[in-house]
Write a protein that binds this ligand. Structure first.
Ligand code: SF4
Ligand code: SF4
Length: 446
């Protein structure tokens, strides 16, 4: 935030995906999803240790009631999305392709419950530690995808001098519009959330980075920016503008060193949806039990944005969007670049499910490769300044040592290299394999 807010900022590298699919849903106002009969609240939905259930089969629960308590520091509380009864704690289809344990709630139709926390209306003068405690109590996690417990990111060690808070409102993934609609429809919540985060971190500089294809959201946020001392920073449309290191570089000009964290560059990055949830937790005393989800794709009858309770099965949201025009070829949680392909429509949404994307059968990612033509497009497109072609060749020869020497662990799996590769080489798959192998070797102490 060292330049005028009218300057359009960006980073070097990256790509501009053609036909980003956002127009399917970006004009669709957020619609609250109706109450369902059942919810499946996943236990292992945050990065870190899953929380431990504090309810058991047969218990009656109220909306907002604690269902599972954080198990250690890198863990997050889970609260009931509605009132009803715990009818089971069992395995259901999970978002990572494997069965995952969920607390199954049969709704009683009342949706009754009281906010469990005292509102902190005078948060401007509140103790930052008290506000941080609220972040943990409310079960906040990174809602942009990583699902990392928010209170952990707000606890930098004393030797790391954080002076800047950045909110990620870039939403650079094709098709997704949930953050766009949030910023447009509830701008004050987002800006207030940024100000509360800045208060917790005790930093003077706070900014929200938004790509300029969301100019209406930029205008909406700007109405509140000066009131809360938060700068709204327009960003060029470029993928992956919203990844932490690129966002920091675009907004502050700082670089996060290889293997480093945002706090090494004096920054903490949070998602706009997390900030809005924090505003609710502080000013209204309510925990995180719902989020906006984009349901979209060319085969969806009426793509849209829905406010859904955590634990809603994907199929229910697809039905709300009118169903499908043809059998989809692929179901993805998140966007097409960094999202996760799903095997079942029964997978419930978690706190980090920003979108449900249905791609038609004709979209196939299985191309025959004929060999690298050394065109260098992957190198140009890599926002981390890696050499994906070289990494991939080394990995295909099982030379994980070479991949490590060439910083494979810095890859954030954004998919830009694979997107531009004319040979459709499986660059990201190879890189993921190398990272897994190197982690395995590190765990064994090799
Ligand atoms: S090498 Fe990794 S960081 Fe670079 S473009 Fe490919 S996926 Fe993205
Ligand atoms: S983009 Fe594909 S073909 Fe071109 S250098 Fe990279 S891996 Fe080789």
């Amino acid at each position: 935030m060292n330049k005028s807010s009218r300057t359009v900022m960006t980073f070097s590298g990256g790509i501009h995906p053609l036909g980003d699919g956002k127009s399917l849903s970006n004009k669709m106002a957020v619609v609250p999803a109706p109450l369902l009969d059942k919810y499946f609240v996943l236990l292992s939905e945050n990065a870190g240790k899953p929380p431990q259930p504090v309810v058991q089969k047969g218990d009656k629960v109220r909306k907002y009631q604690l269902l599972a308590a954080a198990d250690g520091f890198v863990s997050a509380n889970l609260h009931s999305p509605t009132s009803g009864e715990v009818i089971d704690i069992r395995k259901v289809p999970g978002p990572m392709g494997l069965p995952a344990v969920a607390i199954e709630i049969a709704a009683d139709g009342e949706d009754a419950g009281e906010p469990p926390f005292e509102p902190i209306t005078d948060w401007q003068n509140a103790d930052p530690e008290m506000l941080k405690k609220r972040v943990a109590e409310a079960g906040l996690v990174g809602m942009g995808g990583a699902s990392f417990p928010t209170h952990v990111k707000l606890s930098p060690p004393p030797e790391k001098k954080v002076d800047t808070l950045i909110l990620n409102g870039a939403e650079c993934e094709p098709y997704l519009t949930a953050d766009h609609r949030l910023m447009l429809e509830l701008p004050e919540k987002v800006v207030r959330g940024a100000a509360i985060l800045a208060k917790i971190l005790q930093v003077k500089r706070a900014g929200i980075g938004v790509e300029i294809n969301k100019s209406d959201a930029i205008d909406a946020l700007n109405k509140f920016g000066s009131r809360y001392n938060v700068e709204i920073v327009p960003l060029k449309v470029r993928y992956p503008q919203g990844s932490e290191k690129q966002l920091i570089n675009a907004i502050t000009g700082r670089k996060v060193r290889s293997g480093g964290l945002p706090m090494d560059a004096g920054c903490v990055v949070q998602n706009v949806a997390t900030a809005a949830a924090l505003s609710d937790a502080v000013t209204e005393g309510i925990p995180l039990i719902e989020r906006i989800v984009t349901v979209t794709g060319e085969v969806v009858v009426e793509p849209g944005n829905f406010r859904a309770k955590i634990g809603t099965p994907a199929i229910e949201l697809v039905k709300l969007a009118g169903g499908v025009t043809e059998e989809p070829g692929k179901l993805i949680f998140g966007g097409p670049m960094m999202g996760f392909a799903q095997k079942s429509f029964e997978v419930p949404i978690a706190k980090n499910t920003s979108g449900i994307l249905l791609l038609p059968t004709k979209v196939s990612l299985n191309y025959a490769t004929t060999g690298c033509i050394r065109c260098g497009r992957c190198v140009q497109g890599c926002p981390m300044k890696l050499m994906p072609c070289l990494l991939s060749t080394a990995i295909e020869a099982d030379r994980f040592d070479l991949a490590a020497q060439n910083h494979v662990m810095d890859c954030m799996e954004c998919g830009s290299c694979a997107y531009v590769c004319p040979d459709h080489r499986p660059l990201v798959q190879n890189i993921r394999r190398a990272k897994a192998e190197l982690r395995k070797q590190a765990a064994k102490g090799n």
